[in-house]
Design a protein around this ligand. Structure first.
Ligand SMILES: [Zn+2]
Ligand SMILES: [Zn+2]
Length: 158
């Protein structure tokens, strides 16, 4: 009975197929965004997908340089992947662009708030902090919110 059901369901997952690796997924997502999946672009996306906080261009270029990638192309690739809706670019009040990977399973979700330590500059993603519907309505009377920023002293600096 179970077998018949799963065979007739075209959405059933084929359990014999090997799971797609992070590399394969990055390559596919870059192609779907309309770009050539060059090794540098794949490395950029993989680096940001494994990062726990948004990274600046300089931080990312340093990481990629360790892997033998050209620093000069890093910025162009970051912009390409941002335009392709694979990365999100944020500015947290210090006039430095930071980049983070957009969750492809939840790409219509708007950006989450960030906490910035005013002492050490550490940036933390606050995925669980939500703007209430009431706050959102109220803010729409003022303008379009592009960034929610929390500032304070992190646990290490307090
Ligand atoms: Zn701190
Ligand atoms: Zn974040």
């Amino acid at each position: 009975m179970d077998e018949i059901e799963s065979a007739s369901n075209p959405d059933a997952v084929n359990e014999d197929a090997p799971p797609e690796s992070d590399l394969e997924r990055a390559r596919r997502d870059i192609r779907n965004a309309g770009f050539r999946a060059t090794p540098a672009r794949i490395a950029t996306l993989l680096e940001l997908r494994s990062a726990k906080t948004p990274m600046t261009h300089a931080e990312l270029a340093d990481r990629l340089a360790a892997g033998g990638f050209d620093k000069a192309t890093a910025f162009r690739n970051l912009n390409d992947l941002t335009n392709g809706a694979l990365l999100r670019r944020t500015e947290l009040g210090d006039h430095v662009w930071r980049f983070e990977a957009i969750d492809m399973n939840d790409r219509h979700k708007s950006s989450h708030p960030h906490f910035v330590c005013v002492d050490c500059g550490t940036v933390t993603c606050m995925d669980d902090v939500q703007f209430t519907a009431g706050s959102r309505r109220q803010s729409e009377t003022v303008g379009e919110i592009t960034e929610i920023l929390l500032r304070g002293h992190c646990k290490d600096c307090k």
